[in-house]
Design a protein around this ligand. Structure first.
Ligand SMILES: N[C@@H](CCC(=O)N[C@@H](CS)C(=O)NCC(=O)O)C(=O)O
Length: 217
């Protein structure tokens, strides 16, 4: 069965190109696996919650498995193809380590920073929290930068599912902050210049054909 990936047909402009179905679309492009999309309506997620208990995207179904959580889905896709993960146990373990690192060690400080800069922008509490959040993000970026060094990718010369998730996280770091670590900025540019990323991005953007849900301010 052709894999089905859930997506929104409308999100606010700042979120367009940043919705997490993109990393799943990207992984499918890397793996050379076809997919189709299922649109999730913001105004009625009742039935959809059977697929994704939190009413979020992405959810995924390839006929053999139905899943949610973008990282788990990318791992599933990496396991279906040689393109994103080596087959030997040590190589698989390294790639899976970087996948969790992207979604835990790096995406956690980014989530706090995004809450402050975007979702709660202008609220009084954010000013007190900003120094800690920026410091946490900067520390993790500096440590990752030291580890990447001059390598093109996290596991050496080969692009893997770890790079896919890491680049998708890092591209959401404020541009000036990422630029403080030139090797990371170059790494993100290297990963996102892949035709597979461009194709996934274009597909997500082309899917925004809907209107804001009723009551959207
Ligand atoms: N941990 C989940 C997070 C999914 C998530 O946050 N999805 C966002 C879009 S990027 C969403 O659907 N937000 C709407 C909501 O939370 O109601 C994953 O990685 O799949």
């Amino acid at each position: 069965m052709t894999a089905v990936v859930s997506h929104y047909s409308w999100v606010p402009p700042f979120a367009q190109g940043r919705v997490r179905d993109l990393r799943v679309r990207w992984a499918l492009e890397e793996a050379g696996l076809p997919y189709r999309t299922e649109t999730v309506l913001h105004e009625d997620k009742t039935a959809y919650r059977a697929k994704q208990p939190f009413g979020q995207v992405p959810a995924y179904d390839d006929g053999e498995v139905a899943m949610f959580e973008s990282g788990a889905i990318v791992l599933r896709i990496a396991e279906r193809s040689d393109a994103l993960m080596p087959r030997d146990p040590a190589g698989r373990a390294r790639v899976q380590t970087w996948m969790f690192c992207a979604l835990n060690t790096m995406e956690m400080p980014l989530a706090l920073l995004t809450e402050i800069n975007v979702f709660s922008a202008g609220q009084a509490w954010t000013e007190g929290a900003r120094p800690r959040a920026e410091g946490w993000m900067r520390q993790r970026l500096a440590e990752l930068s030291a580890r990447l060094g001059d390598n093109p990718y996290l596991d050496g010369d080969r692009f893997t599912a770890g790079d896919l998730l890491m680049a998708d996280v890092l591209r959401n770091v404020p541009e000036d902050m990422l630029a403080e670590q030139p090797n990371l900025a170059a790494y993100v540019a290297r990963c996102t210049s892949r035709p597979t990323f461009q194709k996934a991005m274009a597909a997500q953007m082309a899917g925004f054909t809907g209107s804001p849900p009723p009551g959207w301010a």
